[in-house]
Design a protein around this ligand. Structure first.
Ligand SMILES: Cc1cc2nc3c(=O)[nH]c(=O)nc-3n(C[C@H](O)[C@H](O)[C@H](O)COP(=O)(O)OP(=O)(O)OC[C@H]3O[C@@H](n4cnc5c(N)ncnc54)[C@H](O)[C@@H]3O)c2cc1C
Length: 508
């Protein structure tokens, strides 16, 4: 008889680990508290407009494709993709008529940098060269492997590699060594916000995020990101997996230091293994009741850990198409990005805010009624624990006005307020209540050095057998491709323990 695995949560990492384990011959049942797949990779539908709820930018498409290829499928049948170039347009609040386009075509990018500050071209290529070397180390030796024992990190070859990652420099300082123009520097370093950390605090190796964009490009999946969630759900069902929606798991049962199932709808459902995709700090506090199984992750420890920033989102259905806005991805930077970053992480209400505008209906018109566009607007904000203000109607109105007033200055968006026909929003409170994101921190535990790599919660539970974690608060961290890797690690860890399969993580 097949061994039974329960996966708690149908986020990206839950779906991907469920697929891997079902494919490997287990009988996998997924329990998700919401009624749809994807977790934060979800969809908002409103009067014919369809919006991605959370993630929008596809990087490292080969990692998305891998899960389908593993199961003998052609990814193009599930997640057809196209490259987006220019990748995005950067607008500046204080000079809205003078945006510049960011491209993964290095000839075009060279011209752009020359137009901003010719002397930064050389530095830009030195930055790419330096960070690429570190990316290769991270890719092979850190991101795809677990650190289940101390000696998996504390050994000479690994320490040598870790040293080459030059972890102690901050992203802001590192980029500043190569690039002098402030706007150009910020354009590269601000991208650590994609994983919820300020470039002022982020280990410099996370500036590999913009490098990955420059060297490998940015992609769009037909139907938007949500296609990835529904396609993984489809694949999982095709393989024979079961999904139970609207099932809020209340407990992961631990008996004799071993996970034995879950409690849902006041009933125990038994399994041989449990994989938990619910946010790690939330799960440790709320789903694991057994004090020994919590290990060092006591409630006090969970509250003392550092959390990523959160996001405020507006989803606007518009009564026209925005032909003058040429790009799908657009960033609007405040005139004082440093103050903006400081305020996000200090918990202050933002008076100098930057935000991002995504118009998916430009690439896939089926995402809006005919002849119309939908605007998705994301503003990074403080998480609930940090914010010195309440998320109430007044705050929502304040940020909504801030965004619309800033956009009005951009050619093409002058009449934006009058062109809205339908709208809704999502706040840090919604991320907490809908997806159990602890503190509403949309990217999970903040990837500061003391919460990265071997120091981040690992997949295999330390104080209890047959229990594994996956998702953005666990190693290797946040972002769709990265949590897909966390799912791969979780599945491998489980199969290592169950079947003794040895994965060779050492690169010669
Ligand atoms: C606004 C926003 C924009 C982003 N943009 C990008 C981007 O452009 N590109 C990119 O690569 N990444 C992006 N990200 C990051 C990316 O979306 C996340 O890192 C990733 O989706 C996290 O997946 P996950 O599986 O770890 O967690 P989740 O999506 O949080 O999944 C956890 C699941 O567990 C369920 N759950 C929780 N508790 C229970 C319970 N008790 N019982 C049952 N089910 C439970 C939740 O409902 C949820 O479905 C963005 C994130 C946000 C929020």
């Amino acid at each position: 008889m097949k061994k039974k695995i329960i996966v708690v949560g149908a986020g990206v990492a839950g779906l991907a680990s469920a697929i891997r384990l079902q494919h490997a011959g287990y009988q996998v049942s997924l329990y998700e508290k919401e009624s749809t797949p994807g977790g934060k990779m979800n969809r908002i539908e409103m009067n014919g407009y369809k919006f991605d709820l959370g993630p929008t930018i596809v990087m490292m498409p080969e990692i998305y494709r891998e899960i389908f290829e593993l199961c003998g499928r052609n990814p193009d049948d599930y997640i057809p993709m196209q490259k987006v170039d220019p990748m995005y347009r950067a607008y500046y609040n204080d000079r809205p008529d003078d945006p510049f386009d960011i491209s993964s075509d290095l000839t075009e990018m060279t011209k752009t940098i020359e137009s901003i500050n010719e002397s930064d071209v050389e530095g830009f290529f030195h930055y790419l060269q330096d960070i690429y070397k570190r990316f290769i180390i991270a890719k092979h030796d850190i991101l795809q492997r677990p650190f289940r024992k101390q000696r998996d990190f504390y050994n000479l070859p690994m320490l040598r590699k870790a040293l080459k990652l030059k972890t102690f420099d901050t992203a802001d300082h590192f980029v500043g060594k190569y690039i002098k123009d402030e706007r150009l520097k910020q354009l590269i370093s601000f991208q650590t916000l994609y994983i919820g950390i300020s470039p002022m605090n982020s280990p410099s190796f996370y500036t590999m995020i913009p490098m990955i964009q420059f060297l490998y490009g940015v992609w769009f999946i037909k139907g938007g990101m949500y296609t990835m969630a529904t396609s993984m759900e489809k694949l999982f069902r095709e393989l024979g997996g079961e999904i139970h929606y609207s099932k809020n798991v209340k407990e992961i049962c631990i008996e004799n230091d071993r996970a034995t199932g879950i409690v849902v709808d006041d009933q125990k459902i038994s399994s041989d293994f449990v994989v938990c995709n619910a946010d790690f700090p939330y799960a440790m506090k709320n789903l694991i009741h057994h004090p020994v199984a919590k290990g060092k992750y006591t409630d006090k420890k969970i509250d003392s850990m550092k959390y990523s920033c959160s996001c405020f989102l507006l989803y606007l259905g518009m009564d026209k198409k925005y032909e003058e806005i040429e790009h799908v991805h657009n960033f609007v930077f405040s005139e004082n990005l440093n103050e903006n970053l400081h305020d996000i992480f200090a918990g202050n209400k933002l008076t100098n805010a930057s935000f991002y505008v995504y118009i998916a209906s430009k690439l896939d018109p089926s995402l809006a009624p005919e002849g119309k566009d939908g605007l998705y607007i994301l503003m990074p904000v403080s998480n609930i624990a940090t914010a010195e203000y309440e998320w109430n109607k007044e705050t929502i109105d304040y940020y909504r006005s801030y965004i619309l007033d800033s956009l009005k200055k951009i050619r093409g968006f002058e009449n934006i307020k009058e062109e809205i026909v339908s709208e809704t929003c999502f706040t840090p409170l919604d991320f907490e209540s809908k997806f159990n994101a602890y503190n509403g921190a949309t990217f999970g535990l903040q990837p500061i050095l003391s919460q990265s790599n071997h120091l981040r919660p690992q997949s295999k539970a330390k104080n209890c057998s047959n229990l594994y974690f996956t998702g953005s608060s666990t190693h290797p961290g946040a972002g769709v491709p990265i949590v897909l890797l966390s799912a791969k690690i979780a599945a491998q860890e489980l199969m290592h323990d169950d079947q003794g399969i040895l994965y060779d993580y050492s690169r010669k």
